[in-house]
Ligand binder design. Structure first.
Ligand code: WT7
Length: 648
């Protein structure tokens, strides 16, 4: 168990919500009433919510279709358009001059996009995409830095019914190629490069490399000129974004699609094999993006400046940097750059400069900024902040307290939100002006979310540890794994015979009923809030010619949460340069975020007699802990001693 988790087990502090402000959900009494409503009148409650919060082209009559479970369908006979809900609706309501997006570059350049301007840019981009042959249902890969054009590209896809798949800019050309091929994308939208640590992180060359093999489906690459780095140009295939948009009219009729029309695919790592394409659909996803903004953050579109630091390459960036704030007609901030550039006060300076009121980030960032020292936040006026959020991994009470005291000055509720790429939006979270919080706990399920903690047989656990599950379907749930229905069933529904959605996380319930999420129970690592499958890392390692066998485990890390520790059996003699070479190799195969922190060479790996790698044992060794696992089933007892002697 990591240090963070053991300290969580002793946590008893409780913080009452601030007084004097009425939240969208104003009290625990109101919360319980709403939960009860979902329980007793499931269909009606969802129906009313979807009617109130979304703008429909054709109203739906049926709420949930479970006939082909677990392939659930929500609001299926309704029609709507997502970009219309995020843009036209607000412009028509007279809010066209309100700022939709504030963008700041690492160099400090600031751009503001009003709803009017964003709408006309989205229309031009949608028209340009259509002219390039993109039709409803076609897939479009977006491989971009954190610039407004990334959001424009996403919204433009939704305007014409195209399905986007955003690939995080730090993924390697090979990882990008896999995703392009799996999605069968027709178009890739990219930029020459992005600004990073005062330099340029090139993107277009990665696209060229990805497309150099396979990827037959790709007809065009749309390139935003942004960082100014030299790029090669493939005549006929590559198109300059600005040229393409300039000639287009700024009107584009939004296509009304069915509620279940596929909206986007987002790849995420699993415990086996290749990353899987998590598929989301239109209406249910959008509904939950809009509603959770209000419930979990108490979002007030008229006055709030909302900043979620996540890149659009992750689900958090989809739901809370782009769709959630815009669905509500509010203002969202995008920052293109590293959080510590030019100094560790950068995020706090941005909060002060733009009057950020709601700030949402990951525990790994909180820990890193805490470590940098209080002088950095203390240099800036943080009095505009009113709600602070966290997501991505369990937050240790120390980091929570620092966030609460030093950033929030004890005034701002901390909302620890538990959810996943698969859930589309928040599942467990406190209501900032209702729920008493405990440092390290995501508190309770949101209204409408039937989450529970059960034992291996599926029986609820009243107090203690178990597995986190969700019983009833919810609108923003994944609709499947792209191109692999069986994997969807196997990964999420097999564990409990189709009765519950299995999240893959362990959790504990305390005596007050609070949920404490403890982390993954499968072979998935959480490194700085990013999910990485151990199998994926292992196959990247064994694809190197010198490697015979590899086993990857997580090791507790004070900043990243988990660090990547690889045990490698070589085909040759180890030499000094090999560690660096293998790290670079994994980075090339997957991306820089997957670089192993430790590489340890071993003569062989500890296995059971049936040939399974004993990961628990390796985790103990990696952490430098006393070996607590039962090693009686180990095939060759001497292996353990040898690996331990090999310690670097
Ligand atoms: C996994 C999902 C969804 C946003 C970012 C990550 C872990 C997420 C929390 C939290 C404890 C958390 C879980 C989950 N996780 N939020 N508040 N407390 N753990 O998305 O890449 O799909 O990863 O992140 O282990 O299963 P993701």
């Amino acid at each position: 168990m990591s240090e963070a988790i053991t300290t969580v087990l002793d946590e008893t502090r409780i913080f009452n919500p601030p007084q004097g402000h009425q939240g969208h959900i104003a009290s625990m009494q109101e919360y319980r009433t709403l939960r009860q409503q979902f329980e007793t009148d499931f269909d009606t409650t969802w129906r009313e919510l979807a009617r109130e919060h979304l703008s429909w082209r054709e109203p739906f009559t049926r709420v949930l279709n479970s006939e082909n479970a677990p392939f659930f369908r929500w609001f299926e006979d309704g029609k709507l358009n997502l970009s219309e809900n995020c843009l036209d609706r607000h412009v028509e309501a007279g809010l066209g001059e309100r700022t939709a997006i504030i963008w700041e570059s690492e160099a400090g350049e600031v751009r503001r996009y009003s709803y009017n301007k964003l709408l006309s840019e989205v229309c031009r981009a949608a028209n340009a995409m259509r002219e390039l042959g993109v039709e409803s249902g076609d897939r479009v890969i977006i491989y971009m830095p954190m610039i407004v054009e990334a959001a424009i590209a996403m919204l433009a896809c939704t305007r014409i019914g195209a399905v986007h798949s955003v690939v995080f800019g730090a993924f390697s050309p090979l990882a990008l190629r896999d995703r392009i091929e799996d999605a069968g994308a027709k178009l890739v939208i990219t930029a020459d490069g992005g600004g990073r640590r005062g330099g340029v992180h090139a993107l277009k060359p990665n696209v060229d490399e990805a497309l150099s093999e396979g990827c037959r489906s790709v007809a065009h690459v749309l390139v935003v000129r942004h960082a100014g780095n030299e790029v090669e140009w493939s005549q006929g295939r590559d198109i300059n974004w600005h040229d393409a948009l300039n000639v287009q009219p700024d009107h584009c009729e939004p296509l009304a699609v069915e509620s279940e029309h596929p909206l986007f695919i987002l790849y995420t790592s699993g415990s086996t094999g290749k990353p899987k394409g998590i598929l989301h659909s239109t209406a249910g996803y959008l509904l939950w993006a809009r509603v959770t903004m209000r419930w979990s953050f108490d979002f007030r579109p008229e006055t709030d400046i909302f900043w979620c630091t996540a890149d659009v390459g992750w689900i958090t960036g989809h739901t809370y940097s782009v769709y959630g704030p815009l669905a509500n007609g509010g203002t969202t901030l995008m920052y293109e750059g590293v959080p510590t550039y030019p100094d560790p006060g950068r995020l706090w300076k941005i909060c002060a400069d733009h009057g950020v009121t709601i700030f949402y980030t990951a525990p790994t960032a909180i820990r890193a900024l805490n470590k940098a020292g209080d002088e950095w936040p203390n240099k800036h006026d943080l009095s505009s902040l009113r709600v602070l959020g966290t997501v991505g991994e369990p937050i240790n009470p120390e980091a929570w307290m620092w966030y609460h005291d030093v950033i929030g000055k004890g005034r701002c509720p901390i909302v620890d939100t538990w959810w996943q790429t698969e859930t589309g939006g928040h599942m467990l979270a406190p209501l900032p002006f209702a729920t008493p919080t405990k440092p390290g706990s995501a508190t309770f399920p949101l209204p409408g979310i039937d989450a529970d903690i059960v034992d291996e047989a599926g029986l609820p656990i009243t107090e203690g540890g178990g597995l986190l599950i969700i019983r009833k379907p919810w609108p923003s749930m994944l609709r499947g794994v792209w191109g692999d229905d069986q994997r969807y069933i196997d990964t999420y529904w097999k564990e409990f015979d189709g009765r519950y959605y299995f999240a893959g996380d362990g959790a504990r319930r305390d005596e007050d009923g609070y949920f404490w999420v403890m982390g993954r129970v499968d072979d998935v690592l959480n490194v700085s809030g990013h999910r990485l499958g151990t199998m994926e890392l292992e196959s990247a390692l064994v694809s190197h010619e010198a490697v015979a066998e590899a086993a990857v485990v997580g090791r507790p890390d004070a900043i990243k949460g988990e660090a990547i520790c690889a045990f490698v059996v070589l085909k040759c003699e180890p030499d000094d340069s090999l560690v660096e070479e293998l790290r670079a190799h994994v980075s090339k195969e997957i991306g820089a975020i997957a670089k192993p922190d430790d590489i340890r060479f071993a003569d062989s790996l500890p296995k059971t007699r049936s040939g399974k790698i004993m990961r628990r044992l390796l985790r103990d060794i990696a952490a430098g802990r006393e070996i607590t696992s039962d090693i009686s089933t180990l095939e060759d007892q001497s292996v353990v001693q040898k690996i331990q002697q090999d310690r670097p």
